[in-house]
Design a protein around this ligand. Structure first.
Ligand code: ZN
Length: 340
């Protein structure tokens, strides 16, 4: 059989699943062309194998068509869960996750994601033959919640790697992340716990996040581990001192992944959620200490300054920011017309 003999066609039998095939036939019903397309989403490449019959002979060729870049708008209003809303709005997970990342210094999504909050997003998508094959970069995003509006855009300064910045040009990267747990499909249905464990009540000035055992815990800022080990009711406990001398502490860990004296970088995994010490179930007890005093962790985001410089004067920035601002308005209006 031709497909098995031909070296190019043998590509069909290897590689990732999810190949899409189409066939055309002659009026007499004989195979004219066989076209199979597959996508390598990691490096965003499309391959197409075409087998053609001409003058009684089969030939094959491998093409790498370039998909067309589109700018898509999407928006959603939170009614129940974040991921239910993204699905309903047809926003791909890869885009939603970039939006969560863009605002990781502003919002603890585990704790501060109220019903009625509205997300608008502008993002790249790549199309071939009328079909969206994959999405790319989130270009702009807005979260509107009550009176608060957060906006961010992707910006790549000449010769630099891209990053999320606010529309006035300051970096979205902060000295502190707003949450020690990354918001995900797994953690999103747990959220913070209202009731502290009885034995912990006296000392309780922190936030308890319910999450499945084994969920990675990340340090919210750069720092040095000043405690790592067992501490009474806290069970497995880690304390990290940060450059501004504030500290964060993480309790009831299942597994500790850092040792005393170790330097850690923002976002690094320091252990996993567990239920060691006085805990009724898997949860992370998280503390924020300023000058040694336990302080409400919801202060972190407002205390946290941007970690890099403002860049509004770089060439082209203002124009890009203006375009994103306009596109975000359009994205929001798309949602409103959908809702009506
Ligand atoms: Zn607690």
């Amino acid at each position: 059989m031709f497909l098995a003999r031909d070296a190019t066609s043998r590509l069909l039998l290897t590689g990732a699943p999810g190949k899409l095939a189409s066939v055309t036939r002659t009026p007499a019903g004989r195979l004219k062309t066989l076209s199979v397309r597959w996508v390598d989403a990691n490096n965003q490449r499309v391959s197409r194998l075409v087998v053609q019959r001409q003058n009684g002979e089969y030939t094959s060729r491998l093409e790498q068509p370039t998909p067309r870049r589109l700018v898509q708008f999407g928006s959603l209003t939170l009614r129940s869960s974040f991921y239910a809303a993204t699905e309903q709005a047809g926003i791909p997970d890869a885009i939603a996750e970039q939006a969560l990342e863009a605002f990781a210094g502003d919002i603890d999504f585990q704790r501060d994601l109220p019903r009625g909050a509205r997300f608008s997003m502008v993002y790249e998508a790549f199309e071939l033959d009328g079909e969206i094959l994959f999405t790319g970069q989130l270009l702009g995003a807005e979260i509107q919640s009550g009176k608060q509006t957060h906006q961010a855009m992707w910006y790549q300064a000449p010769g630099k790697t891209g990053e999320f910045v606010s529309l006035d040009g300051s970096s979205q990267r902060r000295a502190y992340l707003a949450s020690p747990l990354a918001f995900s499909r797994i953690t999103s249905s747990y959220g913070p716990r209202i009731h502290p464990v009885l034995g912990e009540q006296k000392a309780h000035k922190g936030t308890d996040y319910g999450a499945p055992a084994g969920t990675p815990i990340r340090t919210v800022a750069d720092g040095v581990v000043t405690f790592s080990g067992w501490q009474g009711g806290y069970g497995n406990y880690v304390v990290i001192r940060h450059p501004d001398q504030a500290a964060t502490a993480y309790a009831h860990l299942g597994r500790i992944a850092v040792r005393r004296g170790q330097r850690v970088e923002q976002g690094q995994t320091i252990g996993t959620v567990g239920s060691t010490g006085t805990a009724t179930g898997p949860n992370l007890h998280f503390e924020y200490l300023v000058k040694g005093e336990r302080t409400n962790p919801s202060r972190i985001a407002s205390n946290s300054s941007a970690s890099t410089v403002v860049i509004p004067n770089l060439p082209g920035f203002k124009k890009e920011a203006k375009a994103i601002r306009e596109q975000l308005i359009m994205a929001a209006s798309v949602a409103q017309s959908n809702a009506q």
